[in-house]
Design a protein around this ligand. Structure first.
Ligand SMILES: CCCCCCCCCC/C=C\CCCCC/C=C/C(=O)SCCNC(=O)CCNC(=O)[C@H](O)C(C)(C)COP(=O)(O)OP(=O)(O)OC[C@H]1O[C@@H](n2cnc3c(N)ncnc32)[C@H](O)[C@@H]1OP(=O)(O)O
Ligand code: FAD
Length: 627
């Protein structure tokens, strides 16, 4: 997708900064731009695309959608509506709906979360009751808490949506299934009879995504609107279960993988802004006889920012690696082979939380590193934070997903102890669980992170078993141990992030020029050393690190910051964000931050006149004691 082409779209870029638009104007402006964007770039994910092309398209979509400073009301159409049709529709349903969706003849969203339930999918209350007499499903929202609540684009944009509803046949529940539901008339866009729609209101971010609510009053849809790839309802109401009820959760796994690459992109944007600003901003005078230095020369500033560069690389490498796994498991599922789905689910349940936790924290650190100007909306750091922090919650709240990963880790460990072989990304759990002497090499530190994970998993399993021996139910034991279950999942996730980053870089290093290889491997070294220092407690407990080793690690870390400093600006320039996509007064390539700050300030409607009308209406009478 050619960004030049995107940016050449007349009217795509805002004359009036979004900050000065009303809530309603922001939405209307975003629709205007989304239509322009799609008309020019009508890029779709072709089923015949190679893994690499699909991944790049997703990644490019993310990058390009960044133009909107916030996200587009079309976001769910691309990121969930289309993938659900692809993953949950029969061949016939895909044939029909994919054509309409790809051509933007219809705009869709994905309506799963309800006012009363987001995490607990099996608790969703929207009903889809099959009527064999008319061969229809009756959709109904029995109580307020069953209203769909949150779906992007649902309020005023989408005219179709995937509704995840509880299927009832002859009074019996058959679990949650996906239904294709038209919610608005294709000509008038009016909500169809029996359908209540609206917007959920202003949020911390995502204020142009048009998140909405949806309630059904006995709304009927034909039988062929249930997406029936994984489970079917025959005309007479016979229910045919799928091979695995969790296949209906497939879109969420896809988006969790997408989010890891999205975090790489978000973090790259934020650190480009903060680091470029740090290269032009001069402040203080540590040496009386020298000019004020660039704030980028403060080692504390390097500590705040360089890890963000390395983390973006790490998330990107892990995301590309995870996409390969996702696509290969998807192909296996298509041929009925399910045995690698649990591992993909567990990986996504580790990497989505860790990438969003780290990216959110590091984007905020990029903002904080820019002083007062980082607090300006025109810097586009606050908005980037707002978008990233949402991913902590959506697509599976992070705690919940880490506990899901813990389920798999506990099962793997208990199986291992009983002699069952471990496989894939959990195979290392069968390895040595002690570090006889600290090995400060990159591979040695990564091995130590694996030992930390082994020890945390084995110890939390022991806690669980002790609780159950003491008479606690498995559920109560699980809840009591849950803090350390999430810690075990995080440790596993860290080990995966580090080892995949290193191995993926090693694969690429062979084809890099020696100078580039040196710089990129310095970032790997920085990433591994940073996390060893961040998790020094675990290293002391499980990896035989001594205070002398820690001292050595600290010195190595400082030297790495100094080594990276000369290439720091080049490293963020290499993310190759155009100014229009960075959309930031502080991050523009030309470094004219002060002029841009002033230019943006003058766009404030308040600066249109020297005296605001409230002076004569309120202030003057007030100051003259006449109010
Ligand atoms: C104009 C320009 C526009 C261009 C835009 C381009 C795109 C932009 C890209 C932006 C990038 C991304 C943004 C996407 C936006 C998304 C917005 C947000 C959407 C949403 O939030 S949708 C709703 C998401 N909701 C959730 O994720 C809910 C979380 N809850 C759950 O997943 C489940 O409830 C659960 C897993 C927590 C528990 O499920 P439950 O049925 O109770 O199961 P359990 O009993 O716990 O476990 C049973 C066994 O099932 C296994 N399991 C569970 N889930 C899965 C799964 N998904 N796959 C496989 N297996 C699964 C589990 O492991 C258990 O197995 P075991 O018994 O242990 O063997
Ligand atoms: C910006 C944004 C966009 C969204 N877009 C969509 C969309 O397009 N479509 C859609 O369907 N949904 C969407 N969502 C909804 C999102 O999927 C849910 O918010 C998310 O699944 C969490 O559910 P919840 O909000 O009901 O929180 P709850 O599930 O009520 O969880 C609240 C808190 O309770 C705790 N908790 C809950 N369960 C457990 C547990 N089992 N163990 C331990 N602690 C627990 C956690 O601390 C959690 O944060 C969006 C949300 C946001 C913020």
């Amino acid at each position: 997708m050619d960004e030049q082409k995107v940016l050449s779209i007349k009217g795509l870029l805002d004359d009036t900064p979004e900050e000065y638009l009303s809530h309603k104007e922001k939405y209307e402006n975003s629709i205007r731009k989304s239509v322009l964007f799609y008309k020019t770039l009508h890029s779709t994910e072709d089923e015949n695309m190679s893994v690499d092309e699909k991944t790049k398209l997703n990644f490019r979509n993310i990058v390009t959608s960044a133009i909107f400073k916030d996200n587009s009301p079309f976001m769910l159409h691309n990121s969930m509506f289309i993938p659900t049709i692809m993953g949950q529709g029969t061949d016939e349903q895909r044939e029909y709906w994919m054509k309409r969706a790809k051509n933007m003849e219809i705009i869709g969203t994905y309506a799963q979360t309800e006012l009363g339930h987001g995490t607990f999918i099996r608790g969703l209350e929207t009903q889809a009751t099959y009527d064999p007499d008319t061969e229809e499903f009756v959709l109904h929202s029995p109580v307020l808490s069953s209203y769909k609540w949150w779906p992007g684009g649902l309020a005023h944009t989408a005219n179709y949506c995937i509704v995840m509803a509880r299927l009832y046949i002859k009074g019996k529940s058959h679990g949650i299934h996906p239904f294709m539901v038209q919610i608005r008339d294709e000509e008038t866009h009016m909500p169809l009879p029996g359908i209540k729609l609206g917007e959920i209101g202003a949020k911390l971010g995502f204020n142009t995504v048009n998140n909405g609510f949806l309630g059904f009053e006995n709304h009927r849809i034909s039988r062929d609107r249930m997406l029936m790839k994984n489970a079917q309802v025959l005309k007479d109401g016979t229910f045919v279960a799928g091979s695995n009820s969790k296949l209906t959760y497939g879109t969420m796994v896809y988006v969790r993988v997408l989010i890891v690459s999205n975090m790489a992109n978000m973090l790259a944007k934020a650190v480009t802004i903060a680091l470029r600003y740090s290269a032009i901003r001069r402040q203080s005078q540590p040496k009386p006889d020298e000019p004020e230095p660039q704030i980028l020369d403060y080692v504390t500033q390097q500590h705040k920012l360089f890890i963000a560069i390395a983390s973006s690389h790490a998330f990107y490498m892990n995301a590309m690696w995870l996409w390969e796994i996702y696509y290969s498991v998807s192909l296996q599922l298509a041929s009925g082979k399910l045995d690698n789905l649990p591992e993909l689910h567990a990986l996504a349940c580790c990497l989505k939380p860790l990438s969003t936790i780290d990216a959110t924290a590091m984007i905020e650190k990029c903002r904080l590193a820019c002083g007062g100007h980082g607090y300006m909306l025109s810097a586009n750091l606050a908005q980037t934070y707002g978008l990233a922090t949402a991913a902590y919650t959506y697509e599976g709240e992070n705690t919940v997903l880490l506990l899901q990963a813990a389920r798999s880790l506990v099962k793997a460990w208990v199986g291992h102890v009983k002699g069952r072989p471990l496989k894939g990304t959990m195979a290392y759990l069968a390895g040595d669980s002690t570090v006889k002497a600290w090995d400060g090499s990159i591979d040695g530190i990564i091995q130590s992170f694996k030992v930390v994970a082994i020890r945390k998993i084995s110890s939390v399993v022991k806690i669980l078993q002790d609780y159950e021996k003491s008479g606690l139910s498995p559920e109560d034991a699980w809840n009591k141990a849950s803090v350390f279950l999430t810690a075990a999942s995080e440790a596993h996730g860290r080990a995966v992030l580090l080892s995949v980053y290193k191995s993926e870089m090693d694969k690429r290093a062979a084809v890099l020029s020696p100078p580039l290889r040196k710089v990129l491997l310095q970032l790997v070294d920085l990433y591994v050393t940073y996390w060893a220092l961040e998790k020094v407690g675990d290293m002391l407990l499980y990896a035989s690190i001594t205070d002398k080793d820690v001292d050595e690690l600290q010195r190595r870390y400082i030297e790495l910051l100094a080594a990276i400093r000369p290439n720091a600006v080049g490293l963020v320039d290499a993310f190759d964000f155009r100014d229009e996509i960075l959309n930031s007064t502080l991050g523009a390539y030309d470094g004219r931050a002060y002029e841009r700050l002033m230019e943006e300030a003058m766009k404030s409607p308040l600066n249109a006149e020297p005296v605001n009308q409230t002076f004569h209406k309120y202030l003057k009478p007030f100051m003259r004691g006449k109010l």
